[in-house]
Ligand binder design. Sequence first.
Ligand code: FAD
Length: 618
Amino acid sequence: MPIQSTLAGSLSMPSIPEIDTVVQYLSSLSPRIRLLLATGSLLALIIKYLRVKSAKRANGGRYYIEDLSKVGSTSELQDAWNSYDVIVVGGGTSGCALAARLSEDPNIRVLLLEAGGSGTALVQSRTPSMFGRLFITKHVHQLRTEPQVFARGKKNFWPRAKMLGGCSSINAQMAQYGAPGDFDEYFNKYETYIPHPDYPSVNTSARGTNGPIRVGYNNYVSKPSVAFIKSCISVGIPFTPDFNGPQGTMGVSRIMTYVDEKYRRVSSESAYLTPNVLARNNLTVATNATVTRVIFGNVKGEVRAVGVEFAREKNGQRYRAKAKRDVVLCAGAVHSPQILMLSGIGPSEHLRSNNVPIILDQPNVGQNLVDHPVVDLYFKDKHNASAKWMRPKTFGDGVKLISALTRYFILGWGGPLATNFGESAAFIRSDDPKLFPPSKYPQHLTDSTSAKDSPDLELFTTPFAYKEHGAIWFEDHTFALHCYLVSYLKNPEDMWKLVRGVRALLAIAHTQPLAGYLDHASTKDELDHQLHLKSDAEIAELVKDRVETVYHPTTTCRMGPREDGGVVDSKLKVYGIRGLRVCDASIFPKIISGHTAGGCYAIAEKLADDMKTEYRSN
Ligand SMILES: Cc1cc2nc3c(=O)[nH]c(=O)nc-3n(C[C@H](O)[C@H](O)[C@H](O)COP(=O)(O)OP(=O)(O)OC[C@H]3O[C@@H](n4cnc5c(N)ncnc54)[C@H](O)[C@@H]3O)c2cc1C
């Protein structure tokens, strides 16, 4: 059964009980529990108030336009359409950054169209630990993969955000950019590193100081995640002070996150669409505006994107707006190729079979999809100290939750609610002879890394275990270790690399001090304390059962030569069409060896520079 249906069922509203029954029930409770409930209710009211306040601030109608007739026209006649220089489609990670940077030039009139609403208005997005609560809501495009033949035919859940900030508003905020050399110039441009006294060895001179994206360490990390770092060092993974430093990504450390001084998530929306930026006369941001297609015209004998069509609802009123210079698709690795195809640019057979009139036969659109597959391991927390109380079941859980809410929302002190869950990480190579000695691992695996000093496996921790993307939590107090392939090949060797990743996790889990936090005496089937006794073939079966996405799809509108699968050139222009570009994770020529949000900021910064220069010179 699909996850959505299962959860939708469990989230459906219970019938409202009679008021007398409620009063009767409350009177039967002890004074202690009544006090707790009263405190909880008061806190809930305060949170609700803060939420409404922040929604108003972000969304007060002054900045984000919801009435689409104010930005588009219902007429078929082009002369009647509202006119902009650039229309940015999708206000996600790249889209907000691109629109904000382009509108720095007062001569460029920009319209940003986003299918969802504001992300900063949602407390679940702003609070670093609450993003999972958005997965099965209207704020996320509810997607599933095709059946995965190498993973028991599962149709894996594949969430993509539907709100300003895009996936930067729902991601795990792990600020690691892949191979840092690829982005040096641009990550200095978009980030500001906030130094933290507990991490003095970060080389601040190698970090950005003026960019809109704030990165740093939040003030909470669970004890097993700290122990993980020490155990990694003991098994031979060197400590690194910073995954984004000039020394590269390899090693183990706590993970830096996209977090501000008040321990709130930093998203593309919060960072780039600031009140000052939104006050610009040449920037218009419309929300709940889904682009249904790009409109083309014939200009001087060439096919040119002249505007877009958009709507609030699937079968609702269509609006049109004109782009004098460019339409830029920033709808992400799933939706940018979808919009191209809906507009008639894609593999002609596929378009024909879906009755889409063909503008350009481009077989590469939507091809070359790459993602990072992840495998999770589950362990019992020996000290029963996990953050299971975040979904309270006992009186003690309730007390912990209320104190965490008070600490985070009322006192502004961060704490456990500021965790991004992915707390510590190690980047390793599956051919590292120290971790995988050839005597024990004789199979030669093809090197799929981008360079000799790049990793192909990431190992990371979360302060408790979960299944189904966080929808299912364990009854026990747990801790989880995860490994994912950072360089993905459609190749049987992927499996054996993940098996090596699992072996590395097991070695770390059985090494002190982490071993001291895990109850390795547990023989429960649903936990992995006995997994080290299994053969590689048995672990391979577990990989097939558990493999999931780590949410990094890329490369579906690849930048590169046409004959090499390319859809866009190095200025991100769609081949064969004038005035149409793509700028988001879909253009990555190859998936990066790490987390993908940083790359999305970098390409938007780069394209904004290129477009501004190009327009100035014309
Ligand atoms: C759960 C999760 C966890 C992740 N964790 C991390 C992490 O810890 N660190 C990291 O670096 N990366 C992480 N990632 C990946 C990273 O966030 C994404 O790769 C990146 O944000 C993608 O940016 P984008 O600009 O390509 O697209 P998005 O940010 O997805 O933006 C696309 C936007 O386009 C809008 N859109 C789509 N179709 C239309 C349409 N027809 N009309 C108008 N608008 C449209 C969408 O609503 C969305 O807002 C995670 C992703 C997810 C989902």
